[in-house]
Ligand binder design. Structure first.
Ligand SMILES: [Zn+2]
Length: 149
């Protein structure tokens, strides 16, 4: 089976989030068969919900679609390094592979900060592939925060 990246879809969700005035981060859940089953962008402002990160919304939608609390064998694409909250949710959901774009030294929780997947309490560790579509993800974030200043 050939590899198809779904990062373009995650970046499209990030762009849509920026247009809503949200931090531009997008996430996509892909089934073991390669089908997109959920896609989301940040909605923390719209929903008045600090947990409404793209990854959380995509995982919730995917679990609802499957009628399961776990996404065993599923992959998650996200345009930015997940924060510790999302990294924990990714682990709880049993995500198989995590593909992310830009590194996030300030708020990331996988390669930076809490490094959730490296913690002994982390019972499920996905395979992690970073830097996918990173340049575009960084450009969107920079444009968003430049405009805020
Ligand atoms: Zn997060």
């Amino acid at each position: 089976m050939s590899f198809t990246s779904h990062m373009d879809t995650a970046l499209a969700e990030a762009r849509a989030a920026a247009l809503r005035g949200e931090v531009p981060v997008g996430a996509v859940v892909v089934s073991p068969g390669g089908e997109v089953i959920a896609r989301a962008g940040n909605r923390t402002r719209e929903l008045n919900d600090p947990t409404a990160h793209a990854e959380i919304l995509a995982i919730r939608a995917a679990c609802a679609a499957l009628g399961s609390e776990r996404l065993t064998g599923h992959d998650l694409y996200v345009s930015l390094e997940p924060c510790p909250m999302c990294a924990a949710a990714i682990s709880f959901a049993r995500i198989r592979r995590l593909y992310y774009g830009a590194a996030d030294p300030k708020s990331g929780g996988t390669a930076h900060g809490a490094r959730v997947f490296a913690h002994p309490q982390c019972h499920h560790v996905p395979e992690v592939y970073d830097g996918i579509g990173a340049a575009e993800a960084e450009r969107l974030l920079k444009a968003f925060f430049d405009q805020k200043r």
